[in-house]
Each structure stands twice: as C-alpha cells, then as structure tokens.
Unconditional design. Structure first.
Length: 357
C-alpha cells in the first residue's frame, strides 16, 4: 500500500481508504456490529489505514463501530470524520437530507460527541459535511483554525454533495487556506466536477488534495451491478435511473482494454484499473471505494500495487470520454447532477442541471 499527503498538512493517507458509511447504515446491505468491526479490521490488515466516517452515518453508529475497531490500533490509523448535519434533533427519512447546522455552538458539541464515539482525543481529518458555501462563514473558519492549532484536528476538509454543493463549494475549499482536502464523487464515467477541481488546483497552484469517492460509479466499474442484477429498494444504488445503467454497461465494454495493460508489469481487474485511473492524478490523495465484504477489501486494497495507467491508456480514455464513449442517447442522469442552484455549473459550461429533489 502506498501513501500520499493531504495538502501540506503532514497527514498521510493510504491510497485506498475505507469509506465507513457502509458500516453505519443498511444502504449497502445488513451486517451485525461484529461483522462491521471485522470489516474495518480486515481493511487495516490489508494496508488500508485511512478510515473515513461521519457522525450522521447511522446517527453515530458508524463512528462507534470504527472506534471499537481501531481501539488498540489508533496510532496506525489516519482517522477522518464529518460534521454538519443535525441528526440529534431530527429523524432520518429514508435517504433524504437532514437539516444542517454550522453555528459555533453546534459544531463544538458535534465534535465532542464524535470524539466520544470514536474513543479518541483527536481526528486526523475533520470534514464539513455537504456544507453550502455561504454556510462556511469567517466564524466557522476561525473555529476550524482553532481546533487545528489545539491539535483536536490535524487536517481539514470539505466533503461535497452529491445533492448539495459542487462547484462553488469545491472551488471555495481550494481557495480557502484552511482546507487541506476536498472530497467528491469522481470516477471514469462521472468525471465532473472532479476534473474541474483538479484544473482549479493546477491553475491556482493550490496544495489542496482530492479524495475520490464512488470510484466504481455505483457498481458499474466493479461489475457488481450487471444486466442480471436486481437492486432492492433499500439499496443505495437503486436511485440511479435504468437508462443510466443501460448506457453504463455499454461504456464498460469500451474500456475492457484496461484489464490487459499495454506494458508487461502484471495484470489488473477492471475495478482495480478504475482506482488506478484516479490515482494517475497527483492531486488525488486517496480513493474510497464502498467495500461490501472481504473479497472487495482483498481486491481493491491491492489496487495500490497493480500496474498504473500508462500514458497511452490515459490518452485513449480521454478520447473515449470526450466522445461520451460513443453513446449518443440520454442516460437519464441530468436531474441528479447537482449544485446548490445550478448557476455555478452553467457558468462553468458543464452540461448539467440542478437537481429536482
């Protein structure tokens, strides 16, 4: 397992991270607490030392499970969590969004509660969870700097959307000196706004790192969702329209060449190649796939050491993406490609609309 630094914070993360949203909810299948703890420990044993959770996942359950799993291994873990949703006073309605709260009093209480559940006195990376750009006031930024100076947090990040903030929020994270990382959906099939943020980082000379989540495009690039798959209503991936999966399966066939590297350094699976494509960008510090079981952990944690994407392969993928993988019909995803009001996306010239939900 290779490691990269978050910005210039001195905090190192494993190139493949453990997205602990999977152990705090039943959105990706049911599992007992013991099974969830075992998953986290299996990931650690496989070299995955970056663990990314959030206080709202399972209304604290994910943090509690992670805290138990790493209790005797805290020093080897780069621990991240998120705050900003007020789940303490509001019930969860399915996958719907909870009210957000970013005033100083709430954030102080939220951090203390997270530290208690995680059974630690600091976190390596604290992220604001889906905060709108106008909610991250100078007072909020002052508080974040205070926590960093006190050692309560070692690095700061801004976790985006999908249905709340995209371009304006990510650009702010790149611009503001406080933030070491911006987390966003980013994969071969869904390259915006990740590409935009990388371009902004390069153009401005920023040190901000990108943390890429949903690297397998909700089951397409790891082939866990195929034409024969029936997604249950509670499965988090079932919100995708049928047209999106149908076009996605065609796209998968166009990138099969990634399974047969054009250089003699070994082999790799399509799911590993998808992670390697993200890591081909120096700005990407870590990739957090959604591990569902031990087989996923074994395969995807090994992606850090399989053959990298060659320049020729990268250029071929660029050409395919520019042509929409030679698919000329609607994939049904326009209403799910989101920003706060859509104006920032339109101004950037991206062919996307604000969400209707």
């Amino acid at each position: 397992m290779q490691h990269r630094e978050l910005g210039t914070s001195g905090v190192e993360v494993s190139e493949i991270g453990f997205g602990a949203w999977v152990v705090g909810t039943d959105w990706w299948g049911d599992r007992s607490d013991d099974q969830a703890v075992s998953m986290v420990r299996d990931a650690l044993d496989s070299g995955v030392t970056y663990v990314d959770t959030g206080d709202v996942y399972g209304h604290g359950d994910s943090e509690r499970i992670v805290g138990e799993a790493i209790a005797d291994r805290r020093e080897e873990v780069t621990l991240a969590t998120k705050v900003g949703y007020d789940f303490y006073d509001n019930p969860q309605a399915g996958h719907g969004e909870l009210p957000k709260e970013l005033n100083e009093e709430y954030l102080r209480e939220a951090l203390e509660s997270s530290l208690d559940r995680l059974d630690t006195d600091y976190v390596d990376l604290l992220q604001l969870h889906n905060a709108n750009v106008d909610e991250v006031t100078p007072e909020v930024r002052d508080l974040l700097r205070e926590w960093k100076s006190e050692g309560r947090v070692r690095a700061l990040g801004w976790a985006l959307g999908p249905s709340i903030g995209w371009l304006a929020e990510g650009d702010a994270a790149v611009e503001y000196d406080e933030f070491d990382a911006v987390q966003t959906v980013f994969n071969l099939f869904e390259q915006e706004p990740g590409r935009h943020f990388i371009d902004t980082i390069r153009e401005t000379g920023s040190d901000t790192s990108v943390i890429a989540r949903v690297p397998h495009s909700s089951g397409l690039l790891n082939e866990q969702v195929t034409p024969d798959t029936v997604l249950e209503d509670g499965d988090h991936r079932s919100h995708r329209p049928t047209e999106w999966y149908e076009t996605g399966w065609e796209k998968v066939e166009s990138i099969r060449f990634l399974e047969d590297p054009d250089h003699a350094e070994g082999t790799r699976t399509l799911s590993q190649a998808s992670i390697r494509w993200l890591l081909a960008h120096d700005e990407v510090a870590s990739v957090t796939p959604t591990f569902r079981d031990g087989d996923d952990i074994a395969e995807w944690s090994a992606a850090s050491d399989v053959p990298p994407i060659s320049e020729a392969e990268y250029d071929r993928l660029e050409e395919l993406y520019a042509r929409n993988f030679d698919i000329d019909r609607d994939d049904g995803m326009d209403v799910l490609r989101t920003s706060v009001d859509g104006e920032d996306i339109a101004a950037a010239g991206l062919d996307k609309r604000a969400a209707s939900y």
